[in-house]
Design a protein around this ligand. Sequence first.
Ligand code: C2E
Ligand code: CA
Ligand code: CA
Length: 325
Amino acid sequence: LRLDDRHEITITPSIGISLFPDHAQVPTDLLKRADLAMYQAKSAGRNQACAFDPAMQARLEESTALTAALHQGLQNDEFSLHFQPQVDAQGHPLGAEVLLRWKHPQQGLIPPSRFIPLAESSGLIVPIGHWVLRQACMQLKVWEAERHTERLELAVNVSARQFRQPDFAMQVVQALQETGANPSRLVLELTESLAREDLDDTTTKMELLRSHGIRFALDDFGTGFSSLSVLRQLPLQVLKIDGSFVRDIASHGGSAPIVSTIMGLARDLGLQVVAEGVETFAQHQALRTQQCPCFQGYLFSRPLPLAEFDNWLHASISLATRDQP
Ligand code: C2E
Ligand code: CA
Ligand code: CA
């Protein structure tokens, strides 16, 4: 569209189509379905037409029902936390990543990959994320009282919607103060896309929390498109090498050169490294050859409910004492 000699506007339509009488018999329903198809066209990249399909309606109804159930779940204590151990090169426990679990009263355990996106889009991630954070702080406080657990750290995932709340930093500080947990035992995991989104807001909040002693890890590192200048600007302490690089690190022509580059980068920037998704001895060996100091994955343990995590801790501590000369 040409406005005048200097201005031109490009318009891209997203069109939703619904058919009478196949898709609905009354005008309001027909329009609703065309609308749904239009949102599908938008999310498929815009500038295209998309026809209504009954599966769209089914998906919408399913996620609406699941979001309502998520609401209930928060009130009815249906959430719990699992702890996945992180170990050093000798296999000694360093701490754990806290992973959220939701037990739906009828459907049973629902994986985070299904409910976290819904919690994000509905905004429920804010109260849920706050609950996770408080539970983690309470656990740190409990561990502080025992000699064999006092040095353990906990890493907590923070979603973008939660981090962008204006009072996010205050909420974290408050959770630490109210529980009395030591801030230097808490690591907040952020993703590359979150960190990059609004760099000023991200840096300000991170620096404020840093001044309280809290540390930050960049999660799934290598899967996003972080520029090196972003990496240098953020007050980060830890890089988590994504499991997709660990998966084929030991195979010929695999990701060993990428991991080696990440290790070099981390060394130069003074960052700690955690390798995620370590499943085999070969992967572990290849990572150790590259001087990776910290590991997490099924090879050591799956994410565990607290009682089982305690058992795992005791078993690994008695192994360590047995190994000593
Ligand atoms: P993530 O932060 O990358 O978490 C690691 C995921 O990898 C976990 O899946 C864990 O169970 C899985 N994993 C660990 N070791 C291995 C391994 O050796 N092999 C393989 N194949 N997988 C492994 P999970 O628990 O299903 O969590 C999925 C995602 O959900 C997490 O990815 C995180 O993005 C999100 N999430 C979980 N808990 C929370 C939470 O409390 N808050 C927020 N905002 N997101 C969370
Ligand atoms: Ca994580
Ligand atoms: Ca991860």
